[in-house]
Design a protein around this ligand. Structure first.
Ligand code: SAM
Length: 229
């Protein structure tokens, strides 16, 4: 296993195994809600980047790519509703297990679909805002290039891909904080693998075409942003 100085592109997360333990996968999806609340910083992204683009009179559409447990799109829809702003949220994931998990807790605020971003591009769909969380590090080079091309084609106004920034301190903190969850979900093991697979700011900047900017957000987050309008 390489150290954290370089990305470990060979690491494979347990949740990506189609034959993984379904009970542990469901616990993982459920625990993503706590994880994302603690570390992903979506409230800050919502307040600073998304909410200023929303309106109380005219609906804004938002697409979340790779929803996993579905908590991020649910949170975004809930915050907008509580702020009296009109936000139509669609969330996609190609994994039927994620779709079954989301379907078990229906939401009036979010349309969950089993689809890839390429499916939506082929169908001619457009959204005002496009976001993702913890997706970039999952993808290989062509997968990342495809996601960026798709999200640019799908978005009318803004794209924000939010992911981890790799660092030894983040790895140590994650390892300690999630140790009690070991054996009860994939969160401990896959989180460590995710940090190993994730980018540093300069690495991500070197991988993306013109028109994208890479911003840091604490703690240990990278926001890959494209402003369309
Ligand atoms: C680590 S999970 C993150 C889930 C959720 N966004 C979160 O942050 O809690 C990554 C999710 O991305 C999905 N995924 C993987 N490759 C994808 C792709 N090419 N397009 C869309 N979703 C993808 C997986 O099925 C998985 O549910």
């Amino acid at each position: 296993m390489p150290g954290l100085a370089t990305r470990d592109t060979e690491a494979r997360e347990l949740m990506d195994d189609p034959a993984c333990d379904l009970r542990l996968l469901r616990s993982t999806y459920a625990q993503f809600r706590l994880v994302n609340r603690a570390v992903s910083g979506w409230r800050r992204v919502y307040v600073r980047r998304l909410r200023p683009l929303l309106s109380a009179d005219r609906p804004t559409s938002l697409l979340d790519i790779g929803f996993g447990g579905g908590d991020v799109p649910r949170a975004l829809a809930g915050w907008a509703r509580r702020d009296g702003l009109l936000l139509d949220v669609t969330a996609i994931d190609p994994d039927e297990r994620a779709c079954a998990f989301a379907a078990a807790t229906p939401s009036p605020d979010v349309l969950f679909l089993q689809a890839t971003s390429s499916d939506l591009v082929a169908a001619g769909e457009r959204f005002d805002l496009v976001v993702s969380n913890h997706l970039l590090h999952h993808l290989d080079g062509p997968g990342l290039a495809g996601l960026l091309a798709d999200s640019a084609a799908l978005a009318r106004r803004l794209v924000v891909h939010n992911d981890i920034e790799r660092s030894p301190l983040a790895y140590a903190a994650w390892s300690a904080a999630t140790f009690p969850l070991r054996g009860r979900s994939f969160v401990h093991v896959d989180g460590r693998l995710s940090i190993r697979r994730s980018y540093r700011r300069s690495e991500l900047a070197a991988h993306v075409p013109d028109g994208w900017s890479v911003e840091r957000q604490r703690p240990y987050r990278l926001l890959l942003v494209q402003e369309r309008a």
